[in-house]
Ligand binder design. Structure first.
Ligand SMILES: *Cc1c(COP(=O)(O)O)cnc(C)c1O
Length: 242
């Protein structure tokens, strides 16, 4: 067994026990393998071990990998910061975008999504850490942005995503993820959004997936625990953009 397949097994086991610990069906939590900065060979090893969904942060790197692995039946999620001048490549290649935080980016993605592809699944990125983070919209700004997105024909708003400030403190982790869960609950109660199917809480990374699952994560985004450490310059999810 390669170490990547052993790591994947270990991560899947963590997901199962975290879900069971809070009485959730483990099948309601999907594993997104974050392969940014990692070579094709590593992705192929994960595919051979049964992994299907992959997350990438950098537009060109992601587009190249998607082309190289076309025909494998994989699902690709763009999880990095996205500048509006790079939306076209994302709209033409990826299946999901997790970090929507501006109407302009959403509008461009919808306009640029090819007609022969399924609508692009998207999540709004929420700043759940207050002043300690600048990425994502404030919880109070989620509903107005959701109104814009649900009116866009080529996007499908699936839910919310967050990247809390890194902390080893389990209580703080839980509080941040609870904020995202409560924000999604609020979105579901908005009368103007009745009938929408918001089923996604994209939250939890290698160091905090247990807390995220305890608060309702439906997608956990895991890089390091599957593929090993990245080089320092690219270690931070907030570092370097699109
Ligand atoms: C890199 C990254 C991850 C994975 O982080 P790990 O700590 O390596 O598991 C998850 N989400 C986002 C948005 C990232 O940029």
């Amino acid at each position: 067994m390669t170490s990547i397949s052993a790591n994947l097994q270990a991560v899947n086991a963590r997901i199962v026990s975290a879900a069971r610990a809070v009485g959730r069906d483990p099948a309601t939590v999907r594993l997104l393998a974050v392969s940014k900065t990692k070579p094709l060979a590593d992705i192929r090893a994960a595919v051979a071990a049964g992994q299907r969904a992959f997350g990438e942060n950098y537009v060109q790197e992601g587009v190249d990998k998607i082309a190289a692995l076309a025909g494998e039946g994989l699902e690709w999620h763009f999880i990095g910061p996205l500048q509006s001048n790079k939306t076209r490549a994302v709209a033409e290649s990826f299946d999901w975008v997790h970090g929507i935080d501006r109407a302009k980016v959403a509008e461009r993605l919808s306009a640029q999504r090819p007609a022969d592809m399924a609508p692009l699944d998207v999540c709004i990125q929420v700043n759940v850490s207050g002043e300690t983070s600048k990425s994502g919209v404030a919880p109070a700004a989620v509903v107005p942005l959701a109104h814009v997105i649900v009116a866009l024909p080529r996007l499908r708003l699936r839910g919310l995503m967050c990247i809390p400030e890194p902390t080893p403190d389990a209580a703080t982790q839980r509080r941040r993820f609870a904020t995202l869960r409560e924000t999604l609950e609020g979105l579901r109660l908005d009368p103007a959004l009745a009938g929408q199917r918001f089923d996604t809480l994209s939250m939890g990374m290698s160091h905090d997936l247990e807390a995220a699952i305890a608060e309702g994560a439906t997608i956990v985004r895991i890089g390091t625990s599957i593929f090993g450490a990245r080089t320092a310059a690219m270690a931070s999810p907030q570092a370097a953009g699109g």
